[in-house]
Write a protein that binds this ligand. Sequence first.
Ligand code: SF4
Length: 230
Amino acid sequence: MEIIPIIEKDELARHLGGDEFGNISHSTRLKIEKMETIFEKLVEPSLYHQNTGIDSVEKGTVHLEEGPEFKSPKLSRMLKDCDDIICYIATLGDDIDGEIKRLMDNKHMAEAYILDAMASVAADNMVATFHRHMKDEYKNQGKQVTLCFSPGYCDWPVTEQKKLFSLIESQDVEVELNDSCLMTPRKSISGVFGIQSDYEHGDKTYNPCWDCNKTDCPARRAPKRERKKT
Ligand code: SF4
């Protein structure tokens, strides 16, 4: 699937340590404009995805029809009422990595830092656009999709990345895993989300952050749910 990533400016400002783009200094803005031109020339976005049926979910494990099992209590709780999952791998290609390295080798640290931040924002944007697109598509079928979950986040071990990669059948995937299960190109994101029937009664998908006590978690996606007083 082809999705052209957008670099959302306020998000970029936050990645660069600021609050919003309007408050960024003039000199940094000039550098951003220069790096944007380079980014657009080098980016080669691609996204691969695959549907897989869920066989059962029990005791912190998601058993898939295709064979592998995902072991994560929080992912399991989120997928408990789902029939299928979508696995995805999104990448910006390896030319961006090469340019960041070249800038660092030549001691252009500010430019390297900006390009790195731009690529992170763009990769997140690609996945968010894909997720939104699938959400709309399934809504038309009376279904809903859960939040995205990636190996290495929350309680899902990064080593499960190998299982996720084994589920994507395309021979064209231009992303590799090293021994530590990190991806090359570096600006790549993999993950899954569930597909749940029964949209007509409103959004019933579960967010594990509601019941989690780690209020300082950087990956937190919702406030903690208030317990009703009895
Ligand atoms: S707050 Fe963090 S650790 Fe807790 S469920 Fe959310 S992502 Fe996971």
